[in-house]
Structures are given as C-alpha cells and as structure tokens.
Design a protein around this ligand. Structure first.
Ligand SMILES: Cc1ncc(C[n+]2csc(CCOP(=O)(O)OP(=O)(O)O)c2C)c(N)n1
Ligand SMILES: [Mg+2]
Length: 646
C-alpha cells in the first residue's frame, strides 16, 4: 500500500517516552462524539519482559510512540453510525487498535465489547441476537485463526438467511508486519475462506473506503435474502494516525425496501388460492420482522386455509385454529394449491423420501396440485455449498421477499372473494378448527406417556418448563426437533420473539451461543429467555455460559442431557442393521458416558447458578422454579436434566 508522507502519519512517527507497554492513550476530536478516556499511568518494564518477548514476539523495551488519532477511532465512528450495539469477540492483536478504540474512544457503549471464549460462540451469539432483534451485531475475529474458528457459525447464519456483521483484522502490508506470529495471522485474501457462504466481503484500502464498504455491507446484509458479510479491517489502517488534513465522512445508510412479488404474479396466485378447495400455506423463513406473523394470520384467516409452520422463524401462532403443522403430511397429500413462503426445501415438502439401501422418493401431492412459491432465495445463490436442496417443479414462482409480498396478496385475495367463496371458506374453517383441537388433545395425551419415567421424558421436561414460565413474558431461544417438537406442540406461542427456529446449516454447536445471543436481545425488553440445551451441542464450546455470567445475560438453560450424540447413534444403528451386524456396538463414538459429564459443575465453574443432574421427574418442577427465580433477577442459570433420547 503506497502512502504519501504528506497525508498519512505512520504509527511509528510519534515519540512520546520509553518503557515497555507505556502507552499513553488519549484521543482527539473526531466526527462522532468521543468519550474522553483517562490516560493510564505509564508502566515500567516488567522483570519478566524478556520471557514475554520470547513468547509474543513483542520487543520488551522499545521507543513508545503515541498516536492520538488512530484510524480505528474513525472505524468506531462508522460502527456507531450503523447503530451496532455489541461486538462479540475473542481478542486478537490483528484488531487491537479497533478493540482499544471501542472500549476507550467509544466509551464501550453502542457498541459494547462482549468477551467471548471462542469465535464460533461469538458468531453464534450474533446469529441468535439477529433472530430476535432483526438487526446484526458485530463480531471481531482475529485474522486467519479467528476467522477459521468462526467459519462454521458463519455457514449456519448463511444457510439460515441471518445477517451477521463480521470484521476481521489483517495486516496486508508485508513490510509493516511484526516478525513471527503476525505473519502467521496475516493473509492475502482472508475472506476467501468464507466467501462461498457470505453475501459480500471487502478489504478496504483507506478509511474512506472502509466507511463506504461498512455502510454498503450493512445494507447488503439486511436486504433479503439477509445474510452474513465480512469486512477486513487492515492493521495499518487501524493503527496509523488519521492525517490532520484528512476529509473523512461516513455515508448515509438507507436500507433497500425488500423486493415485492410482481403484481401480475400476485394476482394470479390470489386467483388460484381463492378458487382452490383445499389450499395449504407452508411457511419456513416467512416472518422476517414482527409484522410477518400478523400478516400470515391475516392471509390464513382471509382464506380460512391451514398453515404448516416449518419453523425457520416464528411464523404462526401455535394455538391458532388454522395452525395445522402437526397434520402436515395429510394436508399436503390432499391439497390442490400449495403456497410456499420462503421454503428452504419445497421439493422436500412435496416428496417423501426413504433412506434405505436403495434411496427412493416419490411425490406426496395429488396429480394436478398447483405449487406457488415466493422466496427471496431465488434472488441470490452461491454454487459450491449445496444447501439449496433439490429443484422443485413449480406452477408459479416469485423471486421476492414473502413478507413484503403478503400485503398485496392479502388485498388481492380479499378483492376476489365473492360471497359464495366466503361461505365455502367459513365451512372449511369450521372443519379445520375441529381437527386442530383434536391435534392439541392428542399431543396432551401423548405427553403423558412415560410421564414418571427416569431418565425424564422430553415431553415431561417441556411440560414442567411451560408450567414455570407461562405467566412470564417468555422467549424460547432454542430449537425443538431434538425434543420431538414438544414445546411447539404444547405451549402457546403467539408472539414473534417466542421462538427462534434452528441453526440453518445444522452445524452443531450453534444452540448454546445462539441462546445466549437471543437472550442478550431479550434482556433489554425484560423478557425471560429459556433454552432447552442439548448436551452434545453445549460441549463444543461451553464457555459461552461464562460469557452469559460475565455480562449478566439472563438465560435459563435446561439441559436435555441424553448423554449421547443420539442422532448419530441412530445413524450408526441404522448402518449396523443394514449390514446385519447387530446394534450393540453402535454406542462406540456416539455416547457421552464413562464418565458422565456433570453439567452443573461445568456451569458452576463458569459462574452460572446450577442444579442437577436431575433424574427423578418429581425433582424437576422445584429445581426449575428455583432457577427461574435466578433468571428473573437477571442472572443465567442451568438445570441439568437427565433425559430419554427423544
Ligand atoms: C459441527 C458438526 N459436527 C457434527 C455433526 C453431526 N451431528 C449431527 S447431530 C449430532 C449429535 C448432536 O448431539 P446433541 O446435541 O446431544 O443432540 P442429540 O442428537 O443427542 O439429541 C452430531 C454430532 C454436525 N451436525 N455438526
Ligand atoms: Mg445429546
């Protein structure tokens, strides 16, 4: 990077004093309102300085240079202008100036630096946060190694269409790199590691370029399909002084209005839906904002059509008479028109599949059933990673954001609904309401099976938890398939923040950090966050519990401790059966026993109130009650429940 000495002041240009680590920190004015940090007293070289030099490659005694207006201060101004509330990060020297600017120049408020013990946890937190809040928070990752750790969690967010704002430090200029480790942590094109599963990335070469790309990145991440982005914060750009005559400004952020379906196609869809005898609405990532749930209720009620909520988002109230998620198979088989809203897998929705020695599939729809799709997924696709599923044969397809299209679709449906059709809709609605009541009764009955069993059934766990939280303003910040979807079958979900769906990419290790991130978003709104936490998932990076304790993030984690990677156990059992060798040894590599993991001790060690392991179902209610009290007071708590597999 060529620089004119006239316009740029190098980070080595000012001499202020001497002594290892004797940084005198102060900042000057800038475009934002800076906080004035107190300058720490200079420290003298520690006696073990030579040891430290050998370990870190940092000379123990150097001329101490000061730079009172580093580029990183301006970068913080940029982040503030975007309204970024938090930085989730594991510290790394490639962004040391940015880190220091956040906490001192920026006053550690909006954004506030949250200490994470793993980059995967940092991104997982950002993922969960965005699912509640709608907006991204930022993650700082260390060049190369930090981004490598972050990669799987970025992939999950990409598959889940969730905006995450990742900034990583890098030192592009080989000449200014510190000898040793800084070379190992520098890279020519760092974002290439994750480019296949982010929407956009850039490596700005100047501060003006940084500001422009930062604003552009935010806009791109937030335009449906919403996705993660990656921005490189060059080390020299962070640490070099802003030239006195630099004319820096931050461009205005204007989010794009989300794309709405073409009106002719919307009218056609409305005609098909109104004329249908058995229309079915299927929603996956449809409710992108709080408005989405209400719009979907409006559409379903206007048509008196059943809704199957595939659960990528909190799309539809669970106890609404038109919620027929539990009857999915029968409804799809009987439908004459199926409307898919932001479906990840339309093909999988209308086909059955057998995972046998010969893999087979067949359509489950009746001949002539018409399929309508509205998804922003059609507007953006990468090639390499195959999360886009099989190609569905559709009759009408809109490359558009489903939520943004719903108002026009609802209006068109209402316009086309004659008195005759309205009567037919009402009859349909009456029958559906009765069938829906049966489904809830069935779920309640099924939940009583193995009620007193030990280990504890997942239905009992879900029912006991519901009993403790149902009168609070609660939010379930974990996914449900691992517990047979019991919460969605038994609890009354009717608010957009009450459920956050799954990981997107099925990268295990998402659950724990996403729950903490979602609880962080819920904290400022005084909501009670609860998570049903898988054992295998927590063990990837359990220290996120410490982050919750350290930053006082109230979250109740109820362990679904089945002492296994149970899903994988079932896969190995299936193979053992197929190979006709008996399933006895399938526990090898798939169970978490000998010794059992004591989750309450782990949690306690990380500063979290904990109870358990609980195996007797009679002890569960009282333990949950005590833990909920702690969480209501603003602290995290964990109850370890030894459970049956599913
Ligand atoms: C990063 C990653 N590694 C491995 C897997 C494969 N995998 C799928 S489910 C699963 C077990 C998860 O165990 P747990 O969270 O305890 O859930 P359980 O299956 O016991 O209900 C594993 C290891 C994965 N999906 N992601
Ligand atoms: Mg498990």
């Amino acid at each position: 990077m060529a620089r004119s000495k006239k316009t740029t002041v190098n980070r080595r240009n000012f001499i202020r004093g001497a002594g290892a680590g004797a940084a005198v920190l102060a900042t000057t004015g800038s475009p934002a309102t800076p906080q004035q940090p107190t300058a720490p007293a200079p420290r003298v070289a520690a006696p073990n300085a030579a040891v430290r030099e050998a370990e870190t490659g940092t000379p123990a005694s150097v001329e101490v240079l000061t730079n009172e207006r580093p580029g990183s201060d301006f970068m913080v101004d940029v982040l503030k202008s975007l309204g970024i509330e938090y930085i989730c990060s594991n510290p790394g020297s490639s962004f040391r100036a940015l880190h220091e600017s956040v906490i001192n120049y920026g006053g550690n408020r909006n954004p506030e630096f949250l200490t994470c013990c793993h980059e995967e946890s940092a991104v997982g937190m950002a993922h969960g946060f965005a699912k509640i809040e709608g907006n991204p928070l930022a993650v700082f990752a260390h060049g190369t190694v930090g981004l490598q750790h972050a990669a799987m969690a970025i992939y999950n967010a990409y598959c889940d269409r969730v905006p995450v704002y990742v900034i990583f430090g890098n030192l592009a200029n080989a000449v200014t790199r510190r000898p040793g480790v800084e070379w190992a942590h520098s890279v020519q094109d760092g974002a290439s590691l994750v480019r296949d599963f982010v929407k956009w990335d850039d490596a700005p070469a100047s501060l003006t370029h940084f500001a422009e790309s930062a604003v552009r990145a935010y806009k791109i991440a937030m335009t449906p399909p919403t996705m993660p982005i990656v921005l490189v914060a060059d080390g020299d750009l962070q640490e070099d002084a802003i030239a006195g005559d630099a004319r820096l400004s931050i461009p205005k952020l204007t989010l794009s209005a989300p794309p709405q379906g073409e009106l002719g196609a919307v009218a056609e869809a409305a005609r098909m839906l109104v004329a249908a005898e058995n229309p079915v609405i299927v929603a996956d990532r449809a409710a992108r904002t709080p408005a989405g749930l209400k719009l979907l209720v409006d559409l379903a009620e206007s048509l008196q059509a059943p809704v199957i909520d595939q659960g990528g988002r909190m799309n539809f109230p669970t106890r609404h008479p038109l919620n027929h998620t539990e009857r999915s198979r029968a409804l799809i088989a009987n439908a004459d028109v199926i409307l898919g809203l932001e479906l990840t897998d339309f093909w999988g929705t209308v086909h059955s599949y057998r995972d046998q020695l010969v893999r087979t599939s067949q359509p489950v729809t009746k001949p002539g059933a018409k399929l309508i799709s509205i998804t922003a997924g059609d507007l953006f696709l990468h090639s390499n990673y195959q999360d886009f599923q099989r190609y569905p044969e559709l009759d009408l397809s809109m490359a558009a954001d489903a939520e943004a299209t719903l108002p026009a679709l609802i209006e068109a449906v209402k316009r086309l609904t004659t008195a005759d059709r309205k009567r037919a809709f009402e009859d349909r609605g009456t029958k559906l309401a009765a069938a829906g009541r049966d489904a809830l009764d069935r779920a309640r009955t099924e939940a009583t099976y193995a009620w007193d069993a030990s280990p504890i059934s997942t239905a009992r766990l879900s029912a006991e938890l519901w009993g403790q939280i149902k009168n609070d303003d609660w939010s379930l910040v974990s996914d449900v398939p691992f517990v047979s979807r019991w919460p969605l079958r038994l609890w009354n979900f009717d608010k957009h923040y009450q459920y956050i769906g799954g990981s997107g990419g099925a990268g295990v290790g998402y659950g724990a950090p996403a729950a903490v991130g979602a609880a962080l978003a819920n904290r400022k709104r005084g909501r009670l966050s609860v998570s049903i936490q898988n054992d295998g998932d927590l063990m990837y990076a359990p220290a996120v519990l410490w982050t919750a304790a350290h930053h006082r993030i109230p979250l109740l984690s109820v362990m679904h401790n089945n002492r296994a990677y149970h899903q994988e156990l079932m896969h190995v059992q299936r193979m053992a059966n197929r190979h006709n060798r008996g399933i006895d040894r399938a526990v090898i590599g798939t169970t978490l026993d000998d010794p059992f993991i004591n989750y309450s001790k782990i949690a306690e060690g990380l500063g979290v109130h904990a109870e358990g392991p609980i195996s007797d179902p009679k002890d569960l209610g009282p333990a949950l009650k005590r833990a909920v009290e702690i969480v209501r007071r603003g602290e995290p708590a964990l109850v370890d429940v030894v459970t049956q597999p599913r």
